[in-house]
Write a protein that binds this ligand. Structure first.
Ligand code: GDP
Ligand code: MG
Length: 164
């Protein structure tokens, strides 16, 4: 199977929560503390009868911002190499941070398909606020989702599997 979807983004945006929702497992570790996911997690998912593999990234061992940026860069580079599609997860409740901009800068250079995922859009005000991410400098639609209540994930998956 060659459809591989990687989830990238700075710590605490909800990557592992999204991974767990999409893969239907609780394998990835979700924690209130930023940077707690220790290893890359691999799962399987299916949408509209189409199977794909999903990778949760994040294995950030320290809270130093400098290390974070270097670690994230490494994770994103690996994801770009390994995956066919990349879900770039942002946190609509926090807006755009310097780390988000750094990730966007790396993703801008790839030819792989990148989806802008505005996570934590738990209500209609937050769904509207997700429009902020159109200014991050990547082309394509912003998908407001809530990994906690599942809203918006259907539209996102429709787009992802349609592009395989
Ligand atoms: P990661 O570091 O990017 O893997 O983020 P996690 O998946 O560990 O989530 C970090 C925090 O954000 C946890 O407290 C999650 O419960 C919370 N979170 C994740 N998705 C959502 C969401 O859609 N809405 C809200 N309100 N919180 C979320
Ligand atoms: Mg995580």
């Amino acid at each position: 199977m060659s459809n591989i979807v990687a989830i990238v983004g700075r710590p605490n945006v909800g990557k592992s929560t999204l991974f767990n929702r999409l893969s239907g497992t609780r394998k990835a570790i979700v924690n209130e503390t930023a940077g707690v996911t220790r290893d890359r997690n691999y799962g399987k998912s299916e949408w509209n009868g189409i199977e794909f593999s999903i990778i949760d990234t994040g294995g950030y061992a320290t809270n130093s911002d400098d290390i974070f940026e270097e670690e994230i860069r490494k994770q994103v580079m690996i994801a770009i190499e390994e995956a066919d599609s990349i879900l770039f997860v942002l946190d609509v409740q926090h807006g755009i941070t310097d780390l988000d901009s750094a990730v966007a800068g790396i993703l801008r250079r790839t030819k792989k398909k990148v989806y802008l995922v505005a996570n934590k859009a738990d209500n209609s005000d937050l769904i509207f606020a997700a429009n902020e991410f159109y200014s991050i400098g990547l082309s394509g639609q912003v998908f407001p989702i809530s990994s906690v209540n599942g809203s918006g994930t259907g539209d996102l998956l429709d787009a992802v599997v349609n592009d395989f």
